[in-house]
Structures are given as structure tokens and as C-alpha cells.
Design a protein around this ligand. Structure first.
Ligand SMILES: *Cc1c(COP(=O)(O)O)cnc(C)c1O
Length: 371
């Protein structure tokens, strides 16, 4: 091989991956900025978690407990599950990648839904697998569409429940039907990043399915309602075989000490969790009502965000710019096949009022109210 051309080359499949693009976080020129693009909680984390994080500053030289024992035990106690079946990680993204790496393999297929969370495709491709997209109905995952995509090479089904960026969910009865109808050797990964926000009697994150079956995993995160996205902390509840597999390949200290300390403290503060839930219960319906009244279509959401529908991509981009000029940062979701939509995170009361007012002005500017 000629010297000029010889250099390390990543596997070709790596270049099929479109890097994850986070929501924008700057609004140049705006005096006050409200970041409503990453589904972060406007309440921030529990004060106890902040305190635990600060206290950790005196122990930075020590390796953390690689098994995150204190955190797994606190999670087990809180959720009534076996700590031995919990694996923690650097955000739930870490867990999703570990599952793909352990179960997909070259040529293996991973299924996710049409507007599903974009990390699944990245994790499948990174693992050498083939991403398979299942259609949705009404921007909602559909059990039969997913089952129709299952074949002899299917290794994993990733289902965000509820899903980001649509905010829709499958009732637990449907999830159960999905689990029961998948071949026994296909892993069903239920990504329940927003579980704490959901207030529907027919919803469950599916922890009870994990206890009952060999092929279901639930992933959870501290990034959303717990307000700890910055320290990267997630976990999964999984069958013993799955825990064993991903424990073999994870970074030995993939859950850092500050995250363990802050996570344990956050779990202890049920009052703060209640406040964050109540805030969303107040403002999600308020925003839904105010924005719908302007003639802007919304997908009904059970999460801490809303999907706004505009009349095509150009109008969505115009709305995005209009709001950005006022310091209101929303999330463009063209990469999710929704170029005519914007995703809005429920913010502080102040931010929510400003968004409603800005959209009102935008609609006025755009002419007569739309159907
Ligand atoms: C935010 C989010 C996550 C959480 O990712 P972390 O790595 O835990 O921060 C996982 N899944 C979905 C669908 C999300 O929206």
C-alpha cells in the first residue's frame, strides 16, 4: 500500500452515522434567553443533589465504586426492584449503546419507530447492525407495525415510551402485547426517559415486565425530571443475563462518583420530584390550551414538551427565527422527519407566557388564523 494513502480507517458503517445534533442553545442578540430545546426541567435539580455534588469536590481523587452500589440500592428501594438487576451508566445513552453493542452484532437488525429517538439509529449502526424503521400511526408507535418488521435477523426493538419528539405513548397493555408477540430471542428495550412526567392510568414504564420476562429491558434517566442532565446519569432494569452481558463491556467506572452521590440525594428528595411534576401538570395543559387557541396544531403530549405543527417547513423555520429573536429557543425536528414541526419544552412560568405571546404575534404576522 502506498505510504500516502495508508492511514487508520474507521469501519465504513461508521460513516453511515449522522452525528447526533443537539438543540441550539444560543440566541444571538436576545437580552434574555430561555432554552426550551432540550427538555430540561425549569426547576433544576433537588437542592440535596446540588449539595451532594458540592461535597463530592473533596473526593475527586478517588475512583468511584464501579458497581454504583449505593445508587442501585437506592433505585431498587424506590422502585421496588432488585438492585442486582440494575446497571447504571453515563446517561441512558450509554446504556442504549451498550445494549446495541452486546446484542446486535454485524448484520443484526435493530427496529425503532418512524419518529423515534435518534440515538437508536446511531447505536445500531455503531454496533455494525442494520437500522429498520417501523411506521407509526398518528405520530404514535404501533405494535403491529413493529411486529411486521421482525424477521430472522432482528436482535433488538427500541421503543421510546413515551417518545421524544412526539410526546405520544403506548398503553402498557399494548407494550405487553408487543413483548408477548416478539420472538423470545429478541430484546425489547423500553426507553422510559419521561416516565415520571406521565400521568395516565394506562401507562407504566414497564419495570414489572422486566421482572416477568427474559427479553425486556427498561432504561431510565436522571436527565429529565431529576434535572441532572449535566452530570450524565442513567440506568436500566434488566434480566440477569442482560446485566451480565453489559457489565462485561461497559467502562469499569462508567458512572462517575459525583453522579452517584447526586443521584442518591435526588432520589431521597420526593418533595422536589413532586414539585417538578406539579409544575408540568400546570403548564403543559396551559400551553396546550393557549397554543391551540392560536390555530397551531399540537400533538397531545404526556411529557414535558409539546410538538407544534406549522404549515410546512418554511413556516416552521420562520416561527423558529421569530421566537429566537425574542430569546426563545425551540427545537427544530427536521432530522426526525418532521420539518414542519418545532418541539417546545415546558419552561418556567415566565418562559411559557413569553412563548404564548410570541406565537400569538407570529400568527398575527402570518395572516388569518389557520385551520
Ligand atoms: C432525553 C432522552 C433520553 C435521556 O438521555 P440521557 O443520556 O439519559 O441524558 C433518553 N431517551 C429519550 C427518548 C430522551 O428524550
Amino acid at each position: 500500500m502506498s505510504g500516502a494513502e495508508a492511514r487508520p480507517r474507521a469501519r465504513p458503517a461508521i460513516f453511515d452515522i449522522d452525528p447526533y445534533v443537539p438543540g441550539q442553545s444560543a440566541a444571538p442578540g436576545a437580552a434574555n434567553i430561555f432554552k426550551l430545546s432540550a427538555n430540561e426541567t425549569p426547576l433544576g435539580p433537588s437542592p440535596r443533589a446540588r449539595e451532594a455534588f458540592r461535597a463530592f469536590a473533596d473526593r475527586l481523587q478517588n475512583y468511584p465504586d464501579g458497581a454504583a452500589t449505593a445508587l442501585r440500592e437506592a433505585l431498587g428501594a424506590k422502585h421496588g426492584v432488585d438492585p442486582a438487576r440494575i446497571v447504571c451508566g453515563t446517561g441512558s445513552d450509554d446504556i442504549l449503546h451498550l445494549l446495541a453493542a452486546a446484542y446486535i452484532g454485524p448484520g443484526g437488525e435493530g427496529i425503532f419507530t418512524e419518529h423515534g429517538f435518534s440515538v437508536y439509529k446511531i447505536a445500531i449502526l455503531a454496533a455494525g447492525g442494520v437500522p429498520i424503521v417501523a411506521a407509526e400511526k398518528n405520530l404514535t408507535a404501533d405494535t403491529d407495525c413493529i411486529l411486521a418488521k421482525v424477521g430472522p435477523r432482528t436482535k433488538i426493538v427500541f421503543l421510546a415510551n413515551p417518545n421524544n419528539p412526539t410526546g405520544t405513548y403506548l398503553p402498557i397493555a399494548e407494550v405487553k402485547r408487543l413483548a408477548q408477540n416478539l420472538p423470545a430471542d429478541v430484546l425489547l428495550v423500553l426507553d422510559a426517559a419521561y416516565a415520571e412526567y406521565v400521568n395516565r392510568p394506562d401507562y407504566s414504564s414497564g419495570l414489572e415486565l422486566v421482572s416477568a420476562r427474559e427479553n425486556v429491558v427498561v432504561t431510565r434517566t436522571f436527565s429529565k425530571i431529576y434535572g441532572l442532565a449535566g452530570i450524565r446519569l442513567g440506568w436500566c432494569y434488566a434480566p440477569p443475563d442482560v446485566c451480565d452481558a453489559i457489565n462485561r463491556i461497559r467502562g469499569p467506572f462508567n458512572t462517575n462518583g459525583a453522579a452517584i452521590a447526586a443521584g442518591v440525594a435526588a432520589l431521597d428528595d420526593t418533595g422536589h420530584l413532586g414539585k417538578a411534576f406539579a409544575h408540568n401538570e400546570t403548564w403543559l395543559p396551559w400551553l396546550t390550551q393557549e397554543i391551540s387557541a392560536l390555530g397551531i396544531k399540537l400533538t397531545p403530549s404526556v411529557c414535558n414538551f409539546l410538538l407544534l405543527h406549522f404549515d410546512g417547513g418554511p413556516q416552521a423555520r420562520a416561527a423558529d427565527r421569530f421566537l429566537l429573536d425574542r430569546g426563545l429557543i425551540l427545537r427544530a425536528v427536521g432530522a426526525y422527519g418532521l420539518p414542519h414541526c418545532l418541539r417546545l419544552t415546558v419552561g418556567t412560568g415566565e418562559a411559557n407566557r413569553l412563548v404564548a405571546a410570541a406565537l400569538k404575534d407570529f400568527v398575527k404576522l402570518e395572516g388569518p388564523a389557520r385551520a
